[in-house]
Design a protein around this ligand. Structure first.
Ligand code: CTP
Length: 205
């Protein structure tokens, strides 16, 4: 297998990172591409009670097991399969099971803080920041967290104002400077997706 290409897609909560990742994924045969979400690498919190897990700051770089993420990405780049953790947002913890991910020629890494860590950044061939206005991001998050992540409207608003917003301004937004490409309005930006797909095709030869 040719040396894989690693594409990093960063951006704030609800910016449309996963839509960009999915659009790129759909443009290639599934045996050539995989998506790794940084969310899967939230630290194991089995030793904490549910109440303590609710109180964890999930928008701080320390919330992630970045060492494991880097090890897994190195394995994938070396053509080895990995046992990826599976995260359950409804209980704020890793599941007991893991998912086997086979090495692929195109690896997409998606997450709020993937551009924060220098070692991680240095592994990426292309670094993207999806830049979407905060009002759109919070509206999307509100809908998604109530629908898919077992939250109430009050809890989403409280978490956004006390943790998500300040952490975004302190840690996530500043990583925009490391991006090779800044994509306005995520998944709806067809021109940006087409440019990325062309870049990846060029790499594959
Ligand atoms: N988070 C949470 N509870 C947890 C773990 C994480 O509420 N137990 C939240 C964090 O507050 C963080 C968000 O999950 O802000 C990260 O996911 P997000 O970027 O919103 O989701 P994606 O689908 O990856 O991104 P996008 O909406 O851009 O597609």
């Amino acid at each position: 297998m040719k040396k894989p290409i690693l594409i990093g897609i960063a951006g704030g909560t609800g910016s449309g990172k996963s839509t960009v990742a999915r659009e790129i994924f759909r443009s290639f045969p599934s045996e050539k591409i995989c998506i790794i979400m940084q969310d899967s690498y939230y630290k194991d919190q089995s030793s904490l009670s549910f109440e303590d897990r609710i109180r964890t700051n999930y928008d701080h770089p320390n919330a992630f097991d970045t060492e494991l993420l880097i090890r897994h990405l190195k394995d994938l780049l070396d053509g080895k399969k990995i046992e990826k953790p599976i995260y359950d947002f409804t209980v704020h913890n890793r599941k007991a099971e893991v998912e086997i991910v086979e090495p692929r020629e195109i690896i997409i890494l998606e997450g709020i803080l993937i551009l924060d860590d220098k070692a991680l950044r240095d592994m990426m061939d292309v670094k993207i920041y999806v830049d979407t206005d905060a009002d759109l991001r919070i509206l999307r998050r509100l809908v998604r967290d109530i629908r898919d992540r077992g939250r109430t409207m009050e809890s989403v608003i409280e978490q956004y104002l006390t943790v998500v917003r300040p952490m975004h301004l302190q840690f996530i937004e500043p990583t925009k400077r490391y991006a090779d490409l800044i994509i306005p309005e995520g998944g709806k930006n067809k021109v940006a997706i087409d440019v990325l797909v062309a870049k990846i095709r060029q790499h594959l030869g």
